[in-house]
Design a protein. Structure first.
Length: 508
């Protein structure tokens, strides 16, 4: 029952990272949201989530993980319910930011409580495997759940539906989850909390904005530079304060730092995959939102299978081998997808490709997470969980930004080369906005010229898709090489016994 409660809490937080995307067209119609406002409906959640993860992971260790989990679910559920009753894009963006706050309070506590309840490595690995499975499945199920709700209800249902799920999780947590905190925790490290939140918030904000302003623009470069300065200041402070929120010496442990890198790479490829495949299914293949989501089921199910199997295999054969195999599988998927991308590719082949990717994702992320949590003491489980969760969000945000930038740049250049000569400037300008805009304007251009615009846009998209896949595959292949070089096969010492660091109150 403890595991069910924690998995449900993790499920609802991860589901919300992707469920809102399918509602964006409805927000344009109903709330008259601009493109920039749509971007922030999605990104306000991720920005608040990423910026505050370390803060609340540290505070949960000090003040109690169960209390932080309950508070986070309450904030998340209330903000989600409020979001369903907003009447303007600005109100909805504000609600999404508060939902991100609730997510940052909730998500680290789920994993840190698992590490404190399941203390032996084999049972902890099994529980973390299920946690990784439910998180990956929730991300992939977001478009399915959102598509079904949109077909039966209004856009508001996507937000309102999260509230009762959060309420059920609260009831289960109250009924079954034990209290847990670090009994030796000192006063909160306020400078560390502020520096970490500022550094992560600015870094994620700059990554989100970089595709619009340019990666080499003064705005982007200055944002990255200031974020780097804040991170250096954070490390400097944490090394000198007597009670740091994060013991930065943990990063000298390759079981911790190399595994964090593997998680970052895995979620870079996952969010890049969702970005590309959603565009492909909805525009090139013309599938509606629910149908698009259903066609993602192979990857959702295989992520779950790979996560559960991966942690058990890592205990038996070593984390290095399993994580490396997972990253190689993801690189193989992207190479396969790059060479087979077409507008008429059989869905059966696509489904097999998605199974390969999902298994690779599960074999990478769940064992790497188990490695991270095995490298920290249970007293610091909240901070360890927060680092793991931060790498997930940072990798995912980078994946969408980098692969989206690659795709958009190549789409624009190929479209310019392939569009027929003599088209009105207004037509070419609209076609360059997006693939959907190109298809829409092609339908209004009569005769062969309209078909030529449609074909040129499709070819430009497939070109951007193929190169984007190669970029993601290259990142996964690089991650595999780094895992071989730096990730330890097994823990350097046996896991601590229950008596060495019991800091939870058992349920009687």
């Amino acid at each position: 029952m403890i595991l069910v409660a924690l998995l449900l809490a993790a499920f609802v937080i991860n589901l919300d990272t992707t469920i809102v995307n399918v509602a964006l067209p409805a927000l344009v119609r109903e709330l008259h949201a601009t493109t920039t406002q749509l971007q922030w409906v999605v990104d306000a959640y991720n920005l608040a989530f990423a910026a505050l993860l370390l803060t609340f992971g540290s505070l949960s260790d000090r003040f109690g993980r169960k209390g932080m989990l309950l508070a986070g679910l309450t904030v998340f559920g209330a903000a989600s319910l409020a979001g369903g009753f907003t009447t303007s894009p600005a109100q909805l963006i504000a609600a999404r930011a508060v939902m991100g706050l609730g997510a940052a309070m909730t998500f680290p506590a789920t994993l840190s409580l698992i590490s404190n309840v399941f203390t032996q490595r084999r049972e902890r690995a099994r529980a973390i495997g299920l946690w990784g499975a439910i998180a990956g499945v929730a991300i992939a199920l977001g478009p399915i759940v959102g598509g079904w709700l949109l077909e039966h209800f209004s856009w508001a249902s996507i937000f309102i539906a999260m509230a009762p799920v959060a309420a059920l999780a609260i009831v289960l947590v109250l009924a079954s989850v034990p209290s847990s905190k670090n009994p030796d925790a000192a006063a909160a490290d306020i400078p560390g909390l502020v520096l970490s939140a500022a550094a992560m918030g600015l870094l994620v904000f700059t990554i989100i904005e970089a595709p619009d302003y340019g990666w080499s623009s003064a705005r982007s470069l200055s944002g990255f530079a200031v974020a780097a300065v804040l991170l250096v200041a954070f490390v400097w402070w944490e090394q000198r304060t007597s009670h740091p929120m994060l013991d930065v010496r943990l990063f000298r442990n390759m079981r911790f730092s190399a595994a964090s890198g593997a998680v970052t790479v895995a979620f870079f490829t996952l969010f890049g995959f969702i970005f590309l495949i959603t565009l492909y299914f909805q525009f090139v293949r013309g599938y509606p939102p629910l149908s698009t989501g259903v066609r993602l089921l192979p990857v959702a199910l295989s992520v779950g299978v790979g996560s559960v199997a991966g942690t058990q295999l890592a205990v038996r054969f070593g984390t290095k081998l399993i994580v490396t195999l997972g990253l190689v599988a993801m690189a193989g998927f992207y190479a396969w997808a790059a060479v087979t991308a077409s507008a008429t590719l059989s869905y059966g082949i696509i489904a097999v490709q998605m199974v390969l990717y999902g298994l690779g994702m599960g074999l990478t992320s769940a064992p790497a997470t188990e490695s991270i949590m095995g490298a920290v003491s249970r007293r610091q489980a909240g901070v360890g969980s927060a680092v793991n969760d931060t790498t997930r969000l940072l990798g995912g945000t980078l994946g969408v930004a980098v692969i989206g930038s690659v795709y958009a740049s190549l789409y624009g250049s190929r479209l310019t080369a392939d569009l027929p000569a003599g088209l009105p400037h207004a037509v070419t300008a609209i076609a360059h906005q997006s693939l959907g805009a190109a298809y829409a304007v092609a339908g209004r251009v009569p005769g062969a010229a309209g078909q030529a615009v449609h074909d040129a846009a499709t070819n430009a998209f497939l070109h951007g898709l193929s190169v984007g896949c190669l970029v993601a595959g290259g990142v996964a292949a690089t991650g595999a090489i780094l895992a071989v070089l730096f990730l330890p096969a097994q823990p350097a010492s046996p896991p601590e016994t229950v008596s060495s660091s019991v800091d939870y109150l058992p349920v009687h």
